[in-house]
Design a protein. Structure first.
Ligand SMILES: *[C@@H]1O[C@H](CO)[C@@H](O)[C@H](O)[C@H]1NC(C)=O
Ligand SMILES: *[C@@H]1O[C@H](CO)[C@@H](O)[C@H](O)[C@H]1NC(C)=O
Ligand SMILES: *[C@@H]1O[C@H](CO)[C@@H](O)[C@H](O)[C@H]1NC(C)=O
Length: 382
């Protein structure tokens, strides 16, 4: 009897923790930067999908069985924005669209409303309390970096000066730098990190800033260089999609220096190969009793205005409102890549490893207003 009661209690806490995490990933869908690569020509677009969370009391149990990812964005200027750009000292020029000339602000006032339930209002203190003693790590590209910045900004406001710190840890490696950014909330012993690995395995896009190359080269068997930095997290949140946008990639089997021996494969094939390597690593190197893992699904880029009735040569520049058409889907979103991810996670689950997909794809489709577009530090526009 006593034992049963205890088990139930543990389950409740775990369940609550998981639900609340997914919720702030949705909230964090806030400013989702998409860096889109097309052959020789690079474009930057970024869904800054302002966030989420309703006014209902924080009863996570009521979310049981609710599909959090099927819903709509509702305008809510009573409780949004959750923070102002100028009040968060950690927003890099890459995402600081107000600072770089964006004049409208409505994009900050949208709340995600699932059809079947309402999300509890975001409460930074409560979230920090739940994360007490934990290390959360985002791994991936600029979309995840943006998610990470959003969450840091949402949490940091309730932490007094001197009780928080942003570190930048950069190890110079033989070939390229490794980039890890760490935010610490001392009183809660919480660490929220971002690790740059846009293609998950080692690649020629690994340098945190000098990575504007158009020919993608991935070193297929080299995940350990990055992954050894991921093992100590309590929560891992992966993403990897946009950098697979070139039609083909070079796959190296030896080392990056020895780049004369390679195969050229399609992006779909390369993505499948890398996700296979990644899932094997997740299976064998993560202590799943300690670490909860998530994978963010792909995000929309809104680089073809024709998808929502604009001219062919227009993109999301100057867009100030979300798309309201239900199930809107842009032509460039590669469903085949999404299926590959789903299949990978399904296979992992069959082997007893539960990496939850945070299914934000549809949610980002609507947010054509959510990209910094040209409103960012010129360094990121080159
Ligand atoms: C992801 O969400 C969309 C709708 O928002 C849904 O159609 C799709 O089936 C979901 N995929 C998974 C794997 O849950
Ligand atoms: C909030 O939005 C409504 C329309 O949704 C508008 O009428 C009102 O003026 C706005 N309030 C503020 C303070 O911006
Ligand atoms: C965007 O807005 C600016 C300022 O209003 C205008 O000069 C520019 O032509 C617009 N661009 C597009 C693509 O509509």
């Amino acid at each position: 009897m006593e034992k049963k009661k205890r088990l139930v209690k543990i389950w409740d806490v775990k369940h609550m923790f998981e639900s609340s995490l997914i919720i702030f990933f949705i909230i964090g869908a806030l400013t989702t930067t998409a860096v889109y690569y097309v052959n020789t020509d690079e474009q930057y677009t970024s869904p800054a999908s302002p966030a989420t969370v309703a006014h209902s009391p924080s009863v996570y149990d009521s979310l049981e069985g609710c599909d959090l990812f099927s819903g709509k964005w509702v305008h809510d200027n009573d409780s949004y924005p959750l923070y102002k750009e100028q009040d968060c000292p950690y927003i890099p020029g890459e995402f600081a669209c107000g600072q770089y000339g964006r004049m409208d602000s409505k994009y900050q006032q949208w709340r995600w409303q699932p059809h079947a339930c309402s999300l509890p209002r975001f409460d930074a203190k409560q979230v920090l309390e739940k994360l007490r003693g934990k290390r959360i790590m985002f791994v991936g590209d600029s979309v995840n970096r943006n998610q990470w910045v959003s969450i840091v900004c949402m949490l940091q406001a309730v932490i007094p000066p001197g009780r928080k710190k942003m570190h930048k840890i950069q190890e110079v490696k033989q070939v390229q730098d490794v980039s890890l950014l760490t935010f610490k909330a001392f009183d809660y012993d919480v660490s929220i990190d971002f690790y740059w690995a846009p293609l998950l395995v080692e690649s020629n896009a690994d340098h945190p800033t000098k990575h504007k190359r158009t020919d993608r080269i991935v070193h297929i068997h080299s995940i350990e260089k990055h992954a050894k930095n991921w093992v100590n997290a309590d929560v891992l949140v992966f993403n990897s999609y946009l950098w697979w946008g070139t039609p083909t990639l070079k796959i190296l089997y030896d080392s990056l220096e020895d780049s004369t021996k390679y195969n050229v494969v399609t992006n779909h094939r390369a993505y499948r190969m890398v996700l296979r390597i990644w899932s094997k690593w997740v299976r064998t190197h993560i202590n799943h009793a300690r670490t909860q893992s998530y994978f963010m699904s792909m995000t929309a880029t809104h680089h073809k205005g024709i998808d929502w009735g604009m001219q062919d040569n227009e993109n999301c520049l100057n867009e100030t409102e979300p798309v309201t058409k239900e199930h809107f889907w842009e032509s460039g979103s590669d469903l085949k890549m999404m299926r590959t991810l789903e299949l990978t996670l399904k296979n992992l689950k069959e082997r007893g490893v539960d990496v939850k997909m945070v299914n934000i794809t549809q949610l980002t489709q609507y947010r054509k207003d959510g990209h910094p577009s040209i409103h960012r530090c010129p360094r990121y526009l080159e």
